[in-house]
Design a protein around this ligand. Structure first.
Ligand SMILES: Nc1ncnc2c1ncn2[C@@H]1O[C@H](COP(=O)(O)OP(=O)(O)O)[C@@H](O)[C@H]1O
Ligand SMILES: [Mg+2]
Length: 356
């Protein structure tokens, strides 16, 4: 439905014209009824007056309204072409049109500031992304460079250790060196995993099985410690779309963190279930807990409070879970323990669309 477009000048002049016409008609009626002989001259003067009034009001309206409107239209055209450096000249007027001008100029000022802020953020993000990409490349290169000589050193140490007499005090040193080599190897492996992401191979499979494998592996690591790892499976849980190797790695990282947080005897509880339409795996420990100021940092790469930590476990875990379109939630109370919950959608969005 399109309504007839009437020019504003016409709209503004119509009431004036009607008033004048009505006056003129009244005047004609009055003169005709009075049978005035000079009525022709009066009519001409009245008509000319009416035309003059119309012309003057048109000019005034054009000056007061049309010029600012045309300017506003031009400026809006410039804005839509991407130029935010515009302002209108009629903002000093002390009327509604002036108000409009001031509001327009204020709006432009706000837009300019927002765009500057967006540009600034964009520049920071870009340089950070470049920085990270370069760091990632460097780290991967370095990791490869370290790995080969490290394997050589490990081999030599092994041979030297074997040849030493069992009473030699150097045996203890050799043992320390072996442990240090294992630590460097762990850092390098984690670093390579973090810097060289590979997309998850998502398949529909049993989450209970994936979790069980991780728990079994973690139990091997705590055989010598008074720590119990309890697993509560959810036998009725529908199958979950996930990359079982990657989720296995996530849970192992969480389990090892949980175990490392416990000093002395303690329990790590693993519970599989569902929450808010997601499949969930909660790993809780009775360890030292995390204070609120540390909590915001724990997912940052290289953030660690452990002497032999790499600080890459949780950042890697979060990335994997997010690639599964899930999330990790943390609840922690200092000196009581922590609970890390992995939430995974039963179906990842990419496979939902593929099904259609
Ligand atoms: N279950 C937990 N209890 C207490 N602190 C934890 C727990 N899990 C993680 N953290 C904290 O988060 C930090 C980062 O963990 P992570 O990324 O796995 O690196 P790393 O284990 O190598 O230190 C740890 O150093 C520790 O301070
Ligand atoms: Mg860890």
């Amino acid at each position: 439905m399109s309504s007839v477009r009437v020019n504003w000048q016409l709209k503004a002049i119509l009431p004036v014209g009607f008033v004048l016409l009505a006056g003129l008609l009244l005047f004609i009626l009055a003169t005709v009824s009075l049978r005035d002989p000079d009525r022709h001259a009066v009519l001409i003067v009245a008509g000319a007056g009416a035309v003059a009034i119309c012309a003057v009001s048109m000019l005034m309206l054009a000056f007061l309204v049309q010029r600012p409107m045309v300017e506003l239209q031009e400026k809006i055209g410039l804005v839509s072409d991407g130029n935010l450096d515009v302002r209108v000249s009629f903002s000093r007027r002390n009327d509604e049109i002036g108000d409009l001008g001031r509001k327009f100029n204020y709006m432009m000022q706000q837009l300019r500031e927002s765009r500057e802020e967006i540009d600034r953020l964009h520049r920071t993000q870009m340089s950070r992304a470049e920085h990270l990409a370069t760091l990632g490349e460097m780290a991967t290169g370095l990791a490869h460079e370290i790995r080969n000589p490290l394997a050589g050193i490990a081999g030599v140490i092994e041979i030297v250790g074997r040849d030493l007499p069992s009473t030699s005090p150097a045996r203890a040193v050799i043992k320390d060196v072996r442990l240090e080599i294992a630590q460097i190897n762990r850092i390098v492996t984690d670093l390579l995993e973090t810097a060289r992401p590979h997309p998850p191979q998502i398949r529909l499979s049993n989450l209970n099985t994936t979790v069980e494998h991780a728990v079994m592996l973690a139990r091997q690591q705590v055989l010598s410690k008074p720590i119990k790892i309890e697993l509560h499976k959810a036998p009725d849980l529908p199958e979950v779309e996930h990359d079982s190797d990657q989720i296995h790695q996530v849970l192992l990282n969480l389990l090892l963190n949980a175990v490392q947080a416990v000093t002395g005897a303690g329990t790590v509880n693993v519970e599989i279930g569902s929450q808010d339409g997601f499949a969930s795996v909660a790993v809780s420990d009775t360890g030292r807990g995390i204070s609120s100021e540390h909590l915001s940092n724990i997912f940052r790469p290289f953030y660690t409070t452990k002497g032999n930590g790499t600080g890459l476990g949780l950042s890697l875990a979060r990335r994997i879970v997010e690639e599964h379109h899930g999330r990790i939630e943390v609840n922690s109370v200092v000196a009581k323990g922590s609970k890390f919950t992995v939430l995974l959608p039963f179906q990842t969005p990419s496979s939902q669309t593929a099904a259609f």
